[in-house]
Ligand binder design. Structure first.
Ligand SMILES: Nc1ccn([C@@H]2O[C@H](COP(=O)(O)O)[C@@H](O)[C@H]2O)c(=O)n1
Ligand SMILES: C[C@@]1(CO)OP(=O)(O)OP(=O)(O)OC[C@H]1O
Length: 160
């Protein structure tokens, strides 16, 4: 009998000119990029938080402090790999994840296959178990004004 657990993640990063825009492990070409202590990949951050939450292992900032110079500019794929190790050390495997990126511009859809391939490799999880979706906020709020990007993730994990 498997033991199933669910987790949820939410994160926001500012968008500003002069920064790279990393999302789902790939770099998007855009006039603005995401601001953070790390590479500010909001999609990877919510995946980390949902997985950590599902395993009751606190959150991304608890494990990788945004005050620690070691993580300045770090590739979030490295953090996700670490989270997968923490998860598997506790005896868990990923069932599936479902994510939504809230972003006014640019369009995410054309990049979803590349993001899924990248995340599948980093996580060691089949692409069919990684869902990525996107929505604008119809020009409303900080996302609508193109001041920021947010994302949500739910994750199902299990142990045998
Ligand atoms: N940054 C985005 C936002 C949305 N999409 C896709 O467009 C569809 C319509 O967006 P609405 O906000 O009007 O619902 C949405 O369902 C996504 O398929 C996108 O690719 N990139
Ligand atoms: C990823 C970390 C660590 O570098 O920094 P940020 O890129 O600022 O991201 P955030 O989601 O705000 O917090 C988690 C931090 O631990």
């Amino acid at each position: 009998m498997s033991n199933f657990r669910i987790g949820f993640g939410y994160d926001v990063h500012q968008l500003q000119a002069g920064y790279d825009f990393w999302l789902g492990g790939i770099k998007l070409e855009h006039e603005k990029g995401a601001v953070g202590h790390s590479d500010a990949d909001v999609l990877i951050h919510v995946i980390c938080d949902a997985l950590l939450g599902a395993a009751n292992l606190r959150d991304i900032g608890y494990h990788f402090s945004d005050k620690d110079p070691k993580y300045k500019g770090i590739d979030s794929k490295i953090l996700l790999k670490e989270v997968m190790i923490l998860l598997r050390n506790e005896g868990y495997e990923v069932g599936n994840i479902d994510t939504t990126v809230c972003l006014q511009l640019p369009k995410v859809n054309p990049h979803i296959p590349a993001m899924k391939k990248c995340l599948s490799e980093v996580m060691g999880v089949e692409e069919r178990n990684i869902s990525i979706k996107a929505t604008t906020t119809e020009n409303l709020g900080f996302v609508g004004r193109e001041e920021g990007v947010s994302a949500y993730c739910v994750a199902l994990i299990y142990s045998k």
